[in-house]
Design a binder for this molecule. Sequence first.
Ligand SMILES: Cc1cc2nc3c(=O)[nH]c(=O)nc-3n(C[C@H](O)[C@H](O)[C@H](O)COP(=O)(O)OP(=O)(O)OC[C@H]3O[C@@H](n4cnc5c(N)ncnc54)[C@H](O)[C@@H]3O)c2cc1C
Length: 423
Amino acid sequence: MSETVVIRSDILIAGAGAAGIAAAIAAAREGKDVVLLERYGMVGGGMTATYVRPFLGTVGNPNIGNEIEERVLKYTSFMTPVESAKAVLAEMLQEAGVRVYLQTQVIRVEKEGRSITKIVASCQGNPLYFTADAYLDTTGDGNLSALAGAEFAIGREGDGLVQPVSTMFTIEGIEPDYGLLCEHEEHYTVLPNGKEYLDLCHKACESGELPPSINIVRLYATGKKGERMVNATQQNKVDPLSPEQLFPAEYALREQIVSVVRFLKKNIPGFENIRVNGSAVTAGIRESRRIIGDYELKVEDLFEGKRFDDAVVEDAHFCIDIHNPDGAGQSETEGCPYEELPYEIPYRSLCPKGFDNLLVAGRSISGDHRAHASYRVMRICMAMGHAAGLAAVQMSDKKCGTREVNVREIQKVLRINGEGAEA
Ligand SMILES: Cc1cc2nc3c(=O)[nH]c(=O)nc-3n(C[C@H](O)[C@H](O)[C@H](O)COP(=O)(O)OP(=O)(O)OC[C@H]3O[C@@H](n4cnc5c(N)ncnc54)[C@H](O)[C@@H]3O)c2cc1C
């Protein structure tokens, strides 16, 4: 019988999306041997596979997210943002020397007491075994943590529903002189024919021209004249963790693309000749597991702009953006009114309860449903990833657990709370 080969690294990161890539680059630049596992055949997660753009949210402290964004935007003079992200993210990981395993999905986690001892992943039918000093779950869905037996919460209080899943797509063929964009200003947009754009969307939803879950069609610039990224489809009441529900959702979302395109062609001057020229590889999941950590970030903390001694993200800011789990539009914050103040994310929210060598970063950190609706955006996830990567470096250097990490050292590098400002 052949001997099992275990692939060893200093740091093992599962999930090459916004948070995972930032974490991997941060740790590799500190000289660490980093392995990054990704179930798809490309890196980027939301940025590539689910076609997400633009980068939303703001973060007060400098972090690798700033550099990622700058480099992605540089290529957009000759590539769409999604294509640019595919190239740039791969380039940055390669430059940093991260060992990336594509088509490699974490399927099992072995542990002893409070520590993970081994990760089992599957690549093209081959089992692969990994071990490291520190493990980071940046799968967005908290998959690694759940496989390890971590506690998690899901959905909103009361009915447990999560935000809808959506398939983003792009259209081309818009009259080049007509610059209609609806990147949240759709609320005030009046078309050349005098009709209000948002009103038109709402009426189309009521009349059945648009599906009942769609009463707003957001149109984002892609950098190419006559092209837009469309953020409109939404399928409600889908459990993103249920294998039985994913295909029906995929099917419904693809049908919704057809309805949205017909609506735009018929009602929007300059859109008569549009064509779909690309779409996400997979339906985008906004919300699933929130891994229970040492501190649950609450929406009240956001309204208060709460400060934490162990902050690892400073002045994070984005509205409580809850796409209605139960119908069309937003559930409580139509138009992103920004009622919350710039807030901090504490390191403790990245530390899953009951584990000593596991951190979570990205949208599945410990927080409530409403707080998650703000910190889930990419700039904030990248900032968390950078912080988690630095924490993992310490865990590997000092052979220590997550709770022995010196957070002030992270704050110094990230210039948080006035730390490291003289550096
Ligand atoms: C439709 C939609 C529109 C959005 N619009 C915006 C927007 O305009 N601007 C914005 O900033 N944010 C937007 N968001 C939110 C944002 O895209 C995500 O919340 C963000 O990308 C989360 O980052 P992450 O790193 O936590 O996870 P992701 O970016 O999802 O990355 C997780 C990665 O882990 C991989 N993975 C999962 N499980 C495993 C496993 N078992 N083994 C190996 N790999 C695994 C996945 O394939 C993926 O690549 C949108 C989200 C959706 C769904």
